[in-house]
Ligand binder design. Structure first.
Ligand code: AMP
Ligand code: MG
Length: 410
């Protein structure tokens, strides 16, 4: 049996980022850049108007007041998408819309609230200020500037910036191909009627959601019976197609827990089995070729906890995330009430932490059984009670891991 620290180290030591690949921009959302990206254009692309109004020359408007407006002859109308045909010269102006090119000769835009149109003349009632209401070519970025560098995550804002800069595709780390195999003769998909001795498969659903939060679409198998041959077929197929295979249930020491021996039959090399933790003690991790194989104990809270603590970091590392960003965000909080605990194992407790006047405080929730999901739903963090400690008294400082609200929240 190994410690939680050793388990995570072993997983991450085996886990390299995936081979970078070129992706169309739309498909790259949420991925990590594997190289710097240069702008294809200046941003803004050209000098343009920031407002609806009139493009003028400052010097023609210096005398303008509300009572004695300046009269300018209007030359043309320019709207977004139109190339101006005429410039602005002495005592003239052009009607201009937001996003339109500033006509040659104009140096400022007077907003329409400060102008009145009279036939083909415009009465300007306040002096223009040179450069006012103009968005200048290249003021944000120049063509061939590095807009986003290697390692940046393609957040919604980053996607918008790349698209604006004309980048149609980019080289990113790939998303893992994850296959989830729930095992257990008792399992039935929710929505179907339950027969005696059956329960609903919940792990496929919690895992699918947690994997989905990372922008990865997992392939979910139907629940597989505790039967060597069936499990062998599913696992060997998954090993061919997946980078990460997650098998739920059947990894403990029961008479029908075949998954470890089936994995051995599939030539999966065991890296470790069993971690001194609660819940999730029988956690298994192995390798075959490029595939990473996780055997999760089937109790729903153990499954989700092991995902967050061990598989999520592995998937994020594969996706090219920096190692400093792949773990759940850690904090230290003061325990509100004492917690009973056995020594020689780390206990991950579903807990609720909040900021108080005295600092961060955490309360371990009722019902910590590994078969119970209500406390997981009500938790916003995991309180980590260290391996070497017995009962932990109120007032102790303990580590907490915030449960992720979103894959990109950090
Ligand atoms: P196992 O790890 O197969 O020994 O299963 C431990 C407990 O988790 C048993 O009570 C199983 O019925 C339950 N279990 C296993 N797989 C699932 C699943 N996919 N969804 C919900 N409960 C499960
Ligand atoms: Mg089972």
């Amino acid at each position: 049996m190994i410690s939680i620290k050793e388990a995570l180290e072993k997983i991450l030591a085996e886990q390299l980022p995936g081979e970078p690949e070129e992706q169309k921009l739309l498909s790259a959302s949420g991925c990590v850049l594997a190289g710097d990206v240069l702008s294809k254009v200046d941003l803004p692309v050209f000098d343009s108007s920031a407002m609806d109004g009139f493009a003028v020359r400052e010097e023609d408007t210096l005398e303008a007041t509300k009572d004695r407006p300046v009269r300018l002859v209007m030359k043309e109308e320019v709207w977004a998408g139109k190339v101006p045909e005429r410039g602005v010269s002495k005592k003239t102006c052009s009607r201009i819309m937001t996003g339109a090119i500033i006509p040659h000769g104009a140096d400022s835009v007077v907003i329409q609230e400060e102008a009145t149109l009279e036939d083909d003349e415009v009465l300007i009632s306040a002096p223009a200020v040179r450069g006012a209401n103009i968005r200048f070519k290249g003021e944000d970025l120049h063509k061939n500037d590095v807009i986003l560098s290697r390692g940046r995550v393609l957040t919604p804002a980053a996607m918008g910036l790349l698209a604006h800069a004309g980048v149609g595709s980019c080289v990113v780390y790939p998303r893992p191909k994850v296959v989830v195999i729930p095992t257990g003769t008792e399992l039935v998909k929710p929505g179907k009627p339950l027969k005696e001795a059956q329960i609903y498969d919940s792990n496929s659903y919690s895992l699918n959601a947690a994997i989905g939060q990372l922008g990865i679409e997992a392939l979910l198998c139907e629940p597989v019976m505790d039967d060597r041959e069936s499990i062998f077929n599913y696992v060997s197929h998954a090993l061919h197609m997946a980078t990460h295979v997650i098998i739920c249930g059947g990894v403990s020491v029961g008479d029908y827990d075949y998954n470890k021996s089936v994995l051995a039959d599939c030539d999966v090399r065991e890296v470790f089995w069993k971690v001194s933790q609660k819940p999730g003690r029988p956690l298994y991790y192995g390798r075959k070729g490029k595939a990473h194989v996780f055997g999760l104990p089937g109790n729903p809270a153990s499954t989700l906890l092991c995902f967050y603590e061990y598989i999520r970091p592995a998937l994020l590392k594969y996706m090219g995330y920096d190692e400093s960003k792949i773990l759940l965000t850690e904090d230290v909080a003061v325990l509100k009430e004492s917690v009973k605990k056995k020594a020689q194992r780390t206990e991950f407790c579903r807990a609720y932490a909040e900021h108080t006047a005295q600092g961060l405080s955490v309360c371990v929730l009722d019902k910590q059984g590994s078969h119970i999901m209500t406390s997981f739903v009500n938790a916003n963090c995991l309180a980590i009670l260290p391996e070497n400690m017995h009962d932990v008294p109120a007032g102790s400082s303990v580590k907490i891991h915030w449960l992720p609200a979103s894959p990109l929240c950090r």
